[in-house]
Design a protein. Structure first.
Length: 295
């Protein structure tokens, strides 16, 4: 529940293998975000895997670096890919750590090309680690990065697929033909930084609630992880629309939404209370109770 990620769908493996068979002339690699490895499980990477943090300027992060792991190479049969794939599907299910790329290049060439892209700069001169292997972040990169910036990431790739929050396989768009890749380091403007922070807010809130409020965590665990994520996302959007800024007020809204399985986000009594500003900062819990939404 901490990652708001459903287990992989049962048909996902066959869907992916069909894509591999369709483009069997390419190399296919699993991109596994080692930051999500369960430390109670021994994870052994094959020698031919490439650590995406294995070079400067991110070498000090190499222990938890994303790995490119061979899934298929030209001349292999699909059954070989299926054998390689199976343990990783089991290992990564329910965690936002697995995507798949195809490329004519080697895993090490891709990792080397990416090495200068991981750390991005902002207009204020700050540096941020762009965690492209985290599949909670990955889908938005293709849209909030400028075309030339996205082209820098995809320069050596033919395709990039990922496992979404529902456990299904999705494909990212490739840049339009003729878009020249931006040079590293990539520079993010303030609007891009704000957009990324906004996109990350639901996951940050879920992690906060999971760690700080075990009662809400136990209630949320009765739902599908993706359903809980959607509820949190909806609540935070409603809070923004109505000027609810204080963390305790957002938590009050989330608690009620959790108890009602999301029904409070569309409840006319709650929405009218918010529109009418019939709540005091720091006392949202009292205002919500007064609506009768909890019965």
């Amino acid at each position: 529940m901490d990652f708001a990620q459903d287990p992989m769908s049962p048909h996902m493996a066959n869907t992916l293998l069909a894509q591999v068979a369709q483009d069997a002339g390419q190399h296919w690699y699993l991109l596994c975000d080692s930051a999500f490895n369960n430390h109670s499980v021994d994870v052994t990477y094959r020698d031919e895997s490439a650590n995406c943090y294995g070079q400067e300027p991110v070498l000090d992060l190499a222990r938890g670096g994303p790995r490119l792991i061979l899934l298929h190479q030209p001349g292999d049969t699909v059954s070989v890919a299926a054998e390689r794939l199976a343990p990783w599907l089991s290992h990564c299910s329910g965690r936002p750590m697995l995507s798949v790329v195809s490329s004519p290049a080697s895993a090490h060439d891709i990792a080397q090309h990416w090495s200068s892209l991981h750390l991005v700069r902002t207009e204020s001169g700050e540096r941020y680690l762009l965690r492209m292997a985290d599949t909670r972040t990955l889908p938005v990169l293709a849209y909030f990065l400028k075309p030339a910036q996205w082209a820098a990431w995809t320069h050596l790739l033919a395709r990039w697929l990922y496992i979404d929050r529902l456990g299904d396989l999705r494909e990212l768009p490739m840049p339009a033909a003729g878009v020249a890749p931006a040079r590293a380091p990539l520079m993010l403007d303030d609007a891009q930084v704000d957009q990324l922070a906004l996109y990350a807010e639901p996951d940050s809130m879920i992690a906060y609630l999971s760690e700080s409020m075990p009662d809400m965590r136990s209630e949320a665990e009765k739902m599908r992880s993706s359903h809980w994520y959607q509820i949190v996302d909806d609540v935070l959007e409603i809070a923004r629309q109505h000027g609810v800024d204080r963390i305790e007020d957002k938590v009050a809204m989330l608690r009620v939404a959790c108890l009602t399985r999301g029904a409070s986000t569309t409840d006319a009594r709650v929405l009218e209370m918010l529109r009418g500003k019939r709540w005091q900062p720091g006392a949202m819990d009292d205002a919500l109770l007064a609506t009768g939404v909890l019965g």
